[in-house]
Write a protein that binds this ligand. Structure first.
Ligand code: ZN
Length: 164
């Protein structure tokens, strides 16, 4: 009765997902590709999604809405900065949407340019999904027991996992 196994700690679960925002715009999807495999209980997924998957079995389809605090966090205005164009030495054309690695007191931080006005460039170091309410449509495709090695490493090995 392998197929009846419920998702719980020390399980590897695989699932297809489609992620949309409040307006129904698709932000990400596994459709047409491999399902995502993760080790349950290891913090591999955002908290709200991991919690919603617990107890489900292969074949289950469900929808879950995840608030920012259970997702990628609230948008932190302290991570938004305005810097002069001269800070981007060697870059000939700056455009909104361009990604850079900025020096911060915690080491390199990925930032994205969100606006350019005259000599002032606004960069945002928040996760692109910070502050966004996430709507997931989930289809669980497989649930199996994790190997001892996977539990020790804290991630999935093999198909859809870390090492192939
Ligand atoms: Zn490993």
């Amino acid at each position: 009765m392998q197929s009846a196994m419920q998702i719980a700690d020390r399980c590897v679960a695989s699932f297809h997902y489609t992620l949309t925002d409040d307006r129904g715009e698709v932000l990400d999807s596994s459709a047409g590709g491999q399902p995502l495999a993760y080790l349950h209980g290891a913090g591999n997924l955002i908290a709200g999604l991991e919690r919603a998957l617990a107890g489900h079995r292969a074949g289950d389809k469900f929808q879950v809405t995840v608030a920012p605090e259970d997702g990628y966090g609230a948008h932190d205005p302290r991570l938004v900065q305005v810097v002069p164009k001269s800070a981007f030495r060697g870059v000939t054309e700056l455009k909104p949407g361009m990604r850079f690695s900025a020096e911060s007191s915690h080491g390199p931080m990925p930032v994205v340019i969100t606006a350019i006005r005259g000599d002032e460039v606004t960069v945002d170091g928040n996760h692109p999904l910070a502050g966004v309410t996430l709507h997931f449509a989930i289809e669980v495709t497989a649930v199996r027991e994790a190997t001892v090695e996977e539990v020790l490493h804290g991630h999935v090995h093999g198909e859809g996992g870390h090492h192939s």
